[in-house]
Design a protein. Structure first.
Lengths: 379, 403
C-alpha cells in the first residue's frame, strides 16, 4: 500500500479543510473559551459534523457509519488540529466507536453505534487514576456480586467526562494494581446516581472530569470485551486514540509553523525581514523536516490500524511519540520566533502551545512511549 | 492477477532462484558492495554470480531504458523490485557513483551516443566513475570553482586542481565541473565534462582521513587534453558549454536523493538494532530495562527518529511516483539521514564503551565500529553540508527571504 492518501481520502481532507476554516476557525474556539461555555464545544457544530458523517467516520456502513476507517479519522483530526476545533469527536467517534465496534457484543453495537453516528450519544474513556498515563495501573475495583459487579473507585482526566452519556471504565476484577491482566472494561450510563463527576477545566480550554464511583451495580451485559482480559481491548482503544491524537498534533504543528513562517516573511527588524536571519532559518528548516517525518509516522500508524489493527500498537506508540515531540518543538518555536507578541493571549500561537501540551500528556508522552518501545524491543 | 501482482510473483521467483544465499545479508557497506570498474575484482564467487544474473536481467540499473543496459522498469515495478529485494535482505548487485549520480544526469542531459557509451559502461560494471566538483577554494560555494578549461579547436585543455575526490585513485573516468568562461557571472561560465582518468596530465594523491584510511584524493590536472568528442555525437561535454551548472544541480539532487535514502541506524556496519546490541553489551536491570537509563532513552529516541525517517523516504517516493516531485525536499532527507547516521554510530560507540575505542596493532581496523564512526562524520559534510541543506530548505521549500 502506498504511504499517501487515496483520492477519496483527499476529498475528505479538502472537504474538512473547507468546512472547518469556515465554521470552526480558531476564532470560534476562542469564543467558546471566552464565553465560558460549560460544554467546551458547540453542540450545533457537532450536529453538523455528525450530519456530514464525521461522528461515525470509523463506524462500518452497516451500523450507519461512513466507513472511512482510521485514516479517515486521522484526516479529520489533522484538520481539527490545524484549527484547534473543539468537539466530542475524539472521545466519542474515535475512542467510543473503537471500543464498541471492536470489542462490543452484537447488542452493545446495536444500542450504541447508531447513536454515535448521529451525534446523539457522547462517550468518554476513564482509564487513568493519577496525573501521569499508566494504563496498566488500575486500582478502580469491580467486585463480583451476584450475577454482576459492584464498581468503586476514582478516575482522573476523563476527557469529555463532563458531558458524556456513556462511560467506558477500566476496572480491576483481579490481580495486583499494576498487573495488565485482571482488568475489565465496563460500559455504563454516565448519569447513574453512584457516579459523581467533577468538571476539571484544562489549560487547553478543553474539558474533562474527575470521576468518583461509589458502589455502582452493573451486570455482565455491561462488560465490554473479556473479563480480566480487558487490557487487550484497552490497548486497542488507546492505540487508535494515540494515532488520532498524533494526527491532531501533526495538524497543530503544521498550522503553528505556517503562522510562524508567515510572520518571518513579514516582520522587520534591523532593516530586514527577520526570516532572513540564518539563526532563525536553520531552526525553521529543522522544524519543517521534523514536520515531514511526523506526517509519515502518523499516516503509517493510521493505515496500519485499518489494515491490521491488532499489530498496530507499537506503530501507534511511535507515531504518538514523534508527533508529540514535533508538536512541542513547533509550538515552542512559534512563540519564540514571534518575540513579545508570541506570549500574548491575543495571538493564536499560545493556544496551540497549550493544546499540544495536553494532547502530549494524554495517553502517554514521548518519554512514556519511548520506554514502552524499548521494553518491547528487549532493552 | 493484475500486471503488477504478476510482476511481483515473477520477481520473487527470479530472486529466489538467482540471488545467492551469501548475498542475502542485507548489509551493503563501502567495504562489501560491488563497485565495478576496470580494477574491480569480485570479493566472492557469490558476489560475481549475483552481479552477472542481475546484469543479464538489466537489474544493475532497473529503471534505465533497455537500450542503455537497464530493464526499463516503471516506478511501480521498481518499487516492487526493491521491496522484494529487501524482503530477502538482498544486497544491491552493483552500486557506485555512475549509477546514483552520473547516470540520472546523463539520462536527462546526454545525447543518445553519450548514453550508449557511458550508461552502457556503467550498467555493465565496466567503468567506475568519480566526481570532480570540489576544489580547495570551492566547497560549499561550489560555483566559485576555478579549474580552467580552454577551447583549443579540436580539443579542450584543462589545468587546475580538484580535492576530496572520492576513490579517484581507483576510478576509470571522472565527471568534472570546469570553468570555461572567467568573465561571466560565476554560475554562467561552468561546463560539465567527462574525462578518462588515464589521460596524460592527470595525477592523484590520496588524503588520509581521521580514521587513518584514505577513501579520497587530491586530483591534479596539468595540461590535460580532452577530445571534443569520443566518437560521432559522443561529445565530452554534457549539455551546453557554460551551462554545466544546470547539469550539476540536477546531479546534486540525485546525489542528495541517494544520500538521503540510506538507512541511517542500520546497515552501515554494526549490529542490526541498537537496542539489541546495547542489551547484549550492557545488560538489563531488574525491571528488564537497559542498565543505563540515560543511554536507553537516547537509543529509543534515535530508533523512533530512524523509523519516522525511513517512512518519510517511503512516503516521498510514493508521492514522487504519484506525480508530486520531491524537488528541494530531497534536502530534508539528506539532512535527516546524515544527522541520524552520525547519531547511530555515536550511540554504537557509547554502547561499546572502551571496547569500541580499542584499535588493532596496525591502527583502526577497516571493519570496526570506530572506523564507521569516524567516517560517518563526513556524511553531514559531503554532498552539501548540513548547513547548506538547511539553507536550501529555508529558501526553496519555506521560501524565507534572503538577507
Ligand atoms: C513579558 C514581557 C515583558 C516585557 N516588558 C517590557 C518592558 O517593561 N519595557 C519594554 O520596553 N519592553 C518590554 N518587553 C519587550 C521586549 O524587550 C521585546 O519583546 C524584545 O526586545 C523582543 O522584541 P520583539 O518582541 O519586537 O520581537 P522581535 O525583535 O520582532 O523578534 C522576533 C523574533 O526574531 C528574532 N530576531 C530578531 N532579530 C534577530 C537577529 N538579528 N538575528 C536573529 N534573530 C532575530 C528574535 O529573537 C525573535 O525570535 C517585554 C516583553 C515581554 C514578553
Ligand atoms: C568523505 C568525503 C567525500 C567527498 N567526496 C567528494 C567527491 O567525490 N567529489 C567532490 O567533488 N567532492 C567531494 N567531497 C567534498 C564535499 O562536497 C565538500 O567537502 C563539501 O561541499 C563542503 O566543502 P568544504 O569541505 O570546502 O567546506 P566549507 O564549504 O569550507 O564549509 C566549512 C563550514 O562552513 C559551513 N558553511 C559554508 N557555507 C555556509 C553557508 N552559506 N551558511 C552556513 N554555513 C556555511 C559549512 O556548513 C561547514 O560547516 C567529499 C567530502 C568528504 C568529507
Amino acid at each position: 500500500m502506498s504511504l499517501i492518501l487515496t483520492e477519496e481520502q483527499e476529498m475528505l481532507q479538502d472537504a474538512a479543510h473547507g468546512f472547518l476554516d469556515e465554521n470552526a476557525p480558531v476564532a470560534a474556539f476562542r469564543e467558546i473559551r471566552d464565553s465560558k461555555n460549560p460544554d467546551g464545544f458547540s453542540r450545533d457544530l457537532w450536529h453538523e459534523m455528525a450530519a456530514m458523517g464525521w461522528a461515525g467516520i470509523i463506524v462500518d456502513e452497516e451500523f450507519g457509519g461512513s466507513g472511512f476507517g482510521y485514516v479517515g479519522a486521522g484526516v479529520l483530526a489533522e484538520q481539527m488540529g490545524r484549527n484547534l476545533t473543539a468537539s466530542p469527536f475524539f472521545s466519542t467517534s474515535v475512542l467510543g466507536a473503537t471500543a464498541v465496534q471492536r470489542y462490543g457484543t452484537a447488542k452493545q453495537k446495536d444500542q450504541n453505534l447508531g447513536a454515535i453516528c448521529d451525534g446523539t450519544a457522547l462517550f468518554a474513556l476513564a482509564v487513568d487514576e493519577g496525573p501521569r498515563h499508566r494504563p496498566e495501573h488500575i486500582e478502580f475495583s469491580a467486585k463480583s456480586h451476584g450475577n454482576g459487579y459492584i464498581l468503586s473507585g476514582s478516575k482522573t482526566f476523563v476527557a469529555d467526562g463532563h458531558v458524556a452519556n456513556k462511560l467506558i471504565i477500566a476496572a480491576r476484577t483481579s490481580g495486583e494494581a499494576h498487573d495488565p491482566s485482571g482488568i475489565t472494561l465496563f460500559l455504563v450510563d454516565a448519569d447513574a446516581a453512584a457516579i459523581e463527576r467533577t468538571h476539571t477545566p484544562m489549560i487547553d480550554s478543553r474539558n474533562a472530569a474527575n470521576i468518583k464511583v461509589d458502589g455502582l451495580e452493573v451486570t455482565g451485559d455491561d462488560i465490554l470485551g473479556e473479563v480480566d482480559g480487558g487490557y487487550e481491548a484497552l490497548e486497542g482503544i488507546l492505540s487508535a486514540g494515540r494515532a488520532v491524537l498524533g494526527a491532531e498534533m501533526s495538524g497543530s504543528s503544521q498550522r503553528a509553523f505556517a503562522i510562524t513562517t508567515d510572520y518571518l516573511k513579514e516582520r522587520e527588524q534591523f532593516g530586514q525581514k527577520i526570516g532572513s536571519f540564518q539563526g532563525l532559518q536553520h531552526r525553521a528548516a529543522h522544524l519543517a523536516t521534523e514536520i515531514e517525518m511526523t506526517k509519515s509516522a502518523v499516516l503509517k500508524s493510521l493505515q496500519l490500524l485499518d489494515d491490521d489493527f491488532e499489530s498496530a500498537s507499537a506503530t501507534c506508540s511511535m507515531a504518538k511519540a514523534k508527533s508529540g515531540m514535533t508538536a512541542q518543538l513547533s509550538t515552542q518555536e512559534a512563540i519564540q520566533m514571534h518575540g513579545g507578541i508570541g506570549v500574548t493571549d491575543e495571538y493564536d500561537v499560545g493556544l496551540y502551545f497549550k493544546r499540544v501540551h495536553v494532547a502530549q500528556q494524554m495517553f502517554g508522552d514521548a518519554g512514556f512511549h519511548a520506554d514502552r518501545l524499548a521494553k518491547r524491543s528487549g532493552y | 492477477m493484475s500486471d503488477l501482482e504478476q510482476f511481483r510473483a515473477e520477481t520473487r521467483a527470479w530472486l529466489a532462484e538467482n540471488c545467492p544465499e551469501e548475498m542475502r545479508d542485507g548489509d551493503i557497506t563501502a567495504e562489501n558492495q560491488c563497485w565495478g570498474g576496470r580494477q574491480w575484482e569480485f570479493q566472492s564467487d557469490a558476489q560475481k554470480r549475483w552481479f552477472e544474473a542481475a546484469l543479464e536481467k538489466g537489474y544493475t540499473v532497473p529503471t534505465w531504458p533497455k537500450e542503455y543496459g537497464g530493464a526499463g522498469l516503471t516506478a511501480d515495478q521498481a518499487k516492487i523490485l526493491t521491496e522484494e529485494r529487501d524482503r530477502i535482505n538482498a544486497r544491491k548487485p552493483l552500486s557506485n557513483f555512475g549509477i546514483s549520480m552520473l547516470g540520472p544526469a546523463l539520462l536527462a542531459y546526454g545525447t543518445h551516443e553519450q548514453k550508449l557509451q557511458h550508461l552502457g559502461g556503467i550498467a555493465r560494471g565496466q567503468i567506475r566513475w568519480c566526481q570532480g566538483y570540489s576544489e580547495p577554494g570551492a566547497g560549499s560555494d561550489l560555483a566559485s570553482l576555478k579549474t580552467k578549461c580552454e577551447d583549443k579547436g579540436d580539443h579542450w585543455l584543462i589545468n587546475g586542481q580538484k580535492i576530496w575526490t572520492s576513490n579517484a585513485d581507483i576510478s576509470d573516468w571522472i565527471f568534472c565541473l570546469v570553468r570555461t568562461d572567467f568573465d561571466a557571472p560565476k554560475h554562467k561560465g561552468i561546463t560539465f565534462i567527462l574525462i578518462d582518468m588515464a589521460s596524460e596530465g592527470i595525477s592523484v594523491k590520496p588524503i588520509i582521513l581521521i580514521s587513518g584510511h584514505s577513501p579520497f584524493c587530491e586530483t591534479f590536472f596539468d595540461d590535460v587534453k580532452v577530445p571534443k568528442a569520443y566518437g560521432e555525437g559522443n561529445l565530452s561535454v554534457v549539455g551546453e558549454v557554460n551551462r554545466g551548472w544546470d547539469v550539476a544541480k540536477n546531479l546534486l539532487v540525485h546525489e542528495r536523493g541517494m544520500l538521503g535514502t540510506m538507512s541511517p541506524l542500520r546497515g552501515s556496519k554494526g549490529p542490526e538494532n541498537l537496542g539489541g546490541y546495547a542489551a547484549e553489551e550492557i545488560g538489563l536491570d531488574l525491571t528488564g530495562r537497559l542498565d543505563d537509563p540515560a543511554l536507553r532513552q537516547k537509543i529509543a529516541q534515535a530508533e523512533i527518529d530512524d523509523w519516522a525517517y525511513t517512512l518519510t523516504v517511503e512516503r516521498m517516493n510514493d508521492e514522487a511516483n504519484a506525480g508530486n516531485g520531491l524537488g528541494a525536499k530531497s534536502s530534508m532527507l539528506k539532512y535527516a539521514a546524515s544527522e541520524l547516521t552520525k547519531k547511530g554510530s555515536e550511540l554504537r560507540m557509547d554502547i561499546g564503551g572502551t571496547d569500541a575505542a580499542t584499535i588493532g596493532p596496525d591502527g583502526i581496523e577497516y571493519d570496526s565500529l570506530a572506523n564507521t564512526w569516524l567516517y560517518n562524520r563526513a556524511y553531514s559534510i559531503l554532498g552539501g553540508t548540513t548547513e547548506v541543506q538547511l539553507n536550501i530548505i529555508s529558501k526553496r521549500v519555506l521560501e524565507l527571504p534572503s538577507a
